[in-house]
Write a new protein. Structure first.
Ligand code: BMA
Length: 318
C-alpha cells in the first residue's frame, strides 16, 4: 500500500468511485464546481489552485475577465467545493499553483512580462497581504511548480521553458534555490514520449510526497488536425533527487471526455493545477480546468494511482 507523507485533511472533499469504473481517476458528479457565475465580471474561471487553510480551504483562481485580461483572485471555502471568490485582483497572469512550505503559502504563476511570460512568485500567510518575490527565471517559461518542502536544504521548482506563443514543444526541468531569489543546479526531468502527450508536457499540481516518491500529476498535449488536446498523466519522482523519474504511466489518467472538458473557450482541455491529499486515508482530490472555462474536480487514492502508474510504467523494469 502506497502512503502519503503529509498532513491529514479530514474534510477533504470526497465521493466514492462509481461501481464498475475501472480507471484510477474518477470525476465528481457535481462538476463543474466553479463557473463564470461564481464572480461578477468573469468570462471564465479555470486552472486554479487550492490548499487547506485554517480548518477550511483557500485558493488562488484564474479569472479571465470580460475584457479577457488574465487575472488572479483569492477565494475561500469550508468544504473545498463551494467557493466564495473575492473581486480584488492580486496579480495579473495565469495558471496559479499554491503550496504551503513551513507555514507560509507560496504562489507561483505565469507572470506576464513585456518580453514574454515567466514564473512569478509571491508569498502570504493570510491570503490577503501578498509579498511579491523576484521572478524565478527570465522569459520565456510557464508551469512553475514548487515542491512542498525543501529538498537537501533547497527549494525546488519544476519549470517548463517555452517560447512566446502556444509553444509547439515543451519539456519539464527543475531548478534549485537556497533563498527563492537565486536559482541554479538546473536539471532535466522529462520530455513527451507517448502520442497522448507528444507535443509538450508541463507539471500540474504541487507534487505529493509518498513513500514511493513524489507523485507528480502533469499535463500532456497532443496535436490533432483540430488543434491541441490537453490530458493529465502521472509520474513518480525520486524523493531526494526529484529529477530522476522512477515510474511514469504510458497513458493519460484523465482526458477531455465530458461536455465541460471538450466544449468551452478552448475545447478539449483538462488542465490540473492543484491536488489535496489526505495522509490518513490516502484520498486525493484533483482540481483542474475544463476547456479553459470552468473548474472541475476529480478523485483518486494514492494506492490506486501509484499501482496504475507502476502497472503502466513507460520505463518498464529499471
Ligand atoms: C496553456 C495555458 C493554459 C491553457 C492551455 C490551453 O498554454 O495557457 O492556461 O489551459 O494552454 O489553452
Amino acid at each position: 500500500m502506497a502512503r502519503i507523507i503529509g498532513s491529514s485533511i479530514p474534510n477533504l472533499p470526497w465521493e466514492e468511485k462509481p461501481e464498475n469504473f475501472r480507471y484510477p481517476v474518477w470525476r465528481y458528479s457535481g462538476n463543474p464546481i466553479i463557473t463564470r457565475d461564481n464572480l461578477y465580471g468573469a468570462n471564465s474561471i479555470f486552472n486554479s489552485a487550492v490548499v487547506p487553510f485554517k480548518g477550511g480551504f483557500a485558493g488562488v483562481f484564474r479569472v479571465d475577465n470580460i475584457s479577457r485580461d488574465h487575472t488572479l483572485v483569492v477565494g475561500f471555502s469550508d468544504d473545498a467545493i463551494n467557493w466564495k471568490l473575492e473581486e480584488k485582483v492580486i496579480f495579473k497572469g495565469f495558471d496559479p499553483r499554491v503550496c504551503e512550505i513551513d507555514g507560509k503559502y507560496y504562489l507561483s504563476w505565469v507572470n506576464l512580462r513585456p518580453k514574454g511570460t515567466t514564473i512569478g512568485l509571491a508569498v502570504t500567510t493570510d491570503f490577503m497581504e501578498w509579498e511579491q518575490l523576484e521572478d524565478a527565471c527570465y522569459p520565456v517559461a510557464r508551469n512553475g511548480v514548487l515542491f512542498p518542502r525543501k529538498i537537501g536544504d533547497e527549494y525546488v521548482l519544476l519549470i517548463r521553458p517555452c517560447d512566446k506563443g502556444h509553444t509547439p514543444y515543451g519539456d519539464i526541468f527543475l531548478s534549485h534555490s537556497k533563498d527563492l531569489t537565486y536559482w541554479g543546479k538546473h536539471r532535466f526531468v522529462m520530455s513527451p514520449v507517448k502520442n497522448w502527450e507528444s507535443t509538450k508536457v508541463g507539471a500540474g499540481p504541487t507534487p505529493i510526497e509518498t513513500d514511493e516518491g513524489w507523485l507528480m500529476f502533469y499535463h500532456g498535449v497532443l496535436t490533432s488536425c483540430n488543434g491541441f488536446t490537453y490530458s493529465m498523466g502521472a509520474a513518480i519522482l525520486d524523493l531526494e533527487k526529484p529529477w530522476i523519474v522512477k515510474h511514469r504511466a504510458d497513458c493519460f489518467l484523465l482526458s477531455p471526455q465530458e461536455i465541460y472538458e471538450y466544449v468551452g473557450d478552448v475545447p478539449n482541455v483538462v488542465f490540473p493545477c492543484a491536488a489535496l491529499a489526505d495522509s490518513d486515508t490516502g484520498r486525493i482530490a484533483i482540481y483542474y480546468g475544463g476547456a479553459d472555462t470552468v473548474v472541475a474536480l476529480a478523485f483518486t487514492t494514492v494506492d490506486e494511482v501509484v499501482s496504475f502508474v507502476k502497472e503502466h510504467d513507460l520505463l518498464g523494469d529499471k
